[in-house]
Design a protein around this ligand. Structure first.
Ligand code: HEC
Ligand code: HEC
Ligand code: HEC
Ligand code: HEC
Ligand code: HEC
Length: 430
């Protein structure tokens, strides 16, 4: 479950778990709060307000996780590198270290397109994307409202999601359009392990870190102004994010500490072909039916959330090529665009009125969503009606961005963004 902030009204607390209620600035009144908590537990799981959260700084915090005045500032991730070098190097290579619009040109391009669209409408642009893409920004409120712009000389604008952001997450505020976080005051670093003594820094145990609830401030959902779901993980996902995205890998987490493994911080997703291969299975067979040859392709999602997930630009498709006995291509499934054959397309498209394929910020609804849900199997049948066909190649292809989006948003082609990733392939002879 996700813990809520006081101004988010009611929530229920199971009493059998340990929670980090208190941020550093509030520790002096801990005893009093524990009594209150015990009383509530005796009364059962009644919905209660977050009565312990009395920090005045948060009263003005409406939608973002700005650090309150007096809090220990966030540290730059390179400060952790001397003692946690393996984890630092993994993080450095991750999407989290490149998530700012100043660092990830694909995100930067889509943000520029958003600014342009706002300007054309006579509206003030902003970088509300900062909530998730530049969460450590020291003026995040101003960035999100449009009162300030990104500054490449400010490390808090280029850092992305750094070590101290995640490890200081104290609770998650659930919001309708997207969630936000509350960070602790005193800089204590949380993990799922009990606090250890005499470390160079304070640590504390937090249940948010056991299964990946901690990810759900940014990865839960995002709706646009018209309440259309742009990204949705919370309703479509089961299971422990860390199991698949932060597996235990060889090597100690810390210099000078014995330890065979640590949790990998590379957090692979759509950019990683090995990860993509773990998401789906592809099967193909030829069946004779009514004196016709049918090619039956079966694609099964074997992970715990949609494939592709969750960014609306991600797409996958089944491509079939038929060849004659010389190996010459005589038949290709689609000629113009993958949109021609929606059963073989795994994609979510937005609409505005009767226009299909609009940017997320213009959407008034979803035109279609043909992505595979967790555990879903899709069977696609083709009639092979040409007797010359002697071989068929079936390919499952993944794209980070559709060609149309690359053009429309000016996403740079860099050998990654526009690439066809071959996730699986089957060849059959007739
Ligand atoms: C001077 C060395 C040093 C520096 C610098 C350092 N750490 Fe640590 N850290 C340690 C040691 C030692 C441990 C205990 C490791 C153990 O016992 O497995 C630890 C443990 C941790 C843990 C808890 C791990 C667990 O087993 O639950 C986290 C989280 C953590 N550090 C994060 C950070 C972050 C983030 C930074 C940078 C802001 C940082 N550390 C900087 C030495 C350091
Ligand atoms: C996106 C969020 C996120 C970021 C960014 C992040 N961590 Fe972690 N880290 C986690 C989670 C989740 C765990 C698993 C926690 C657990 O089991 O307690 C973890 C585990 C750890 C541990 C425990 C040891 C182990 O077995 O892995 C250390 C130490 C640590 N992180 C240090 C760092 C450092 C240093 C950085 C920056 C270079 C960093 N983390 C960045 C989320 C994050
Ligand atoms: C502060 C917000 C934030 C938190 C917390 C966070 N993420 Fe992310 N994550 C992002 C953003 C933003 C991106 C996309 C960055 C980009 O490509 O520009 C991303 C990207 C990813 C990706 C995709 C990588 C790819 O190849 O495109 C995975 C997987 C992922 N995160 C998993 C996790 C997991 C697991 C956790 C929790 C341990 C977590 N994230 C916590 C914001 C966050
Ligand atoms: C059973 C394994 C598994 C679990 C559990 C799982 N994922 Fe994934 N996830 C994958 C695989 C495999 C991919 C790559 C295929 C895809 O993009 O759908 C992926 C992709 C992603 C992406 C990348 C999307 C992109 O556009 O690059 C994000 C973000 C993500 N997962 C977040 C999460 C979060 C958050 C959780 C926990 C709520 C979670 N995942 C749970 C296996 C898993
Ligand atoms: C609620 C959190 C959140 C907000 C707000 C947000 N994003 Fe993201 N964004 C993510 C996450 C998480 C990912 C990782 C991919 C995924 O989930 O599939 C991502 C990925 C992306 C990517 C893909 C990057 C790549 O290289 O693959 C683009 C582009 C992007 N976002 C653009 C934007 C823009 C532009 C804005 C603001 C107008 C924005 N996002 C606001 C969470 C957010």
């Amino acid at each position: 479950m996700i813990r809520k902030l006081a101004n988010d009204a009611l929530f229920a607390l199971p009493c059998d778990k340990q929670y980090n209620f208190f941020n550093g600035g509030e520790k002096q009144s801990m005893k009093h709060q524990l009594v209150l908590f015990a009383l509530i537990c005796l009364l059962g799981n009644l919905p209660i307000t977050y009565a312990t959260d009395t920090n005045a700084h948060y009263a003005t915090q409406t939608y973002t996780h700005e650090l309150p005045k007096g809090a220990v500032p966030l540290a730059q991730s390179k400060e952790c590198a001397s003692c946690h070098p393996t984890i630092y190097n993994e993080w450095k290579e991750s999407s989290h270290a490149r998530s700012s619009a100043l660092v990830n040109p694909a995100h930067g391009a889509v943000h520029q397109a958003f600014l342009k669209a706002m300007k054309e409408k006579g509206k003030k642009g902003n970088y509300h994307c900062a909530n998730c893409h530049a969460p450590m920004a020291d003026n995040i409120q101003e960035l999100m409202t449009g009162a300030a712009e990104l500054d490449s000389n400010n490390w808090t604008h280029t850092e992305g999601t750094g070590c101290t952001f995640c490890h200081r997450i104290d609770s998650i505020g659930e919001k309708e359009t997207f969630n936000h976080y509350k960070l602790n005051m005193d800089g204590t670093l949380y993990s799922s392990n009990p606090a250890k003594k005499d470390l160079p820094h304070a640590t504390e145990q937090s249940s948010l870190f056991t299964k990946g609830e901690v990810c759900m401030g940014c990865h839960s959902h995002k709706l646009n102004k018209k309440k259309v779901p742009i990204c949705m993980m919370k309703d479509v996902s089961q299971g422990n994010c860390l199991e698949c995205h932060m597996p235990e890998v060889a090597g100690p987490s810390t210099v000078g500490i014995d330890g065979k493994t640590h949790r990998s911080h590379t957090m692979p997703g759509g950019h990683d072909i090995e990860m993509l291969k773990k998401a789906v299975t592809l099967d193909a067979e030829i069946i004779s039916k009514d004196e016709e040859q049918h090619l039956v392709v079966t694609v099964k999602n074997i992970i715990k959330h949609t494939f592709p997930s969750t960014n609306p630009m991600r797409m996958a498709l089944v491509k079939v090529v038929a060849k004659d006995k010389e190996g010459k291509k005589i038949w290709k499934k689609f000629t113009k665009s993958p949109l021609e054959d929606r059963q073989a397309l795994f994609f979510k498209a937005f609409k505005a009125g009767d226009k299909i394929g609009v940017p997320s910020w213009l959407a008034d609804g979803i035109a279609f969503d043909t992505r595979l849900k967790a555990g879903e199997t899709r069977e696609i049948t083709y009639v092979l009606n040409d007797p010359e066909i002697k071989q068929v190649d079936v390919m499952l292809i993944y794209r980070l961005f559709p060609g149309k989006a690359i053009k429309a948003f000016g996403i740079p082609e860099n050998g990654i963004n526009e690439k066809d990733y071959l996730v699986a392939q089957k060849s059959l002879t007739l």
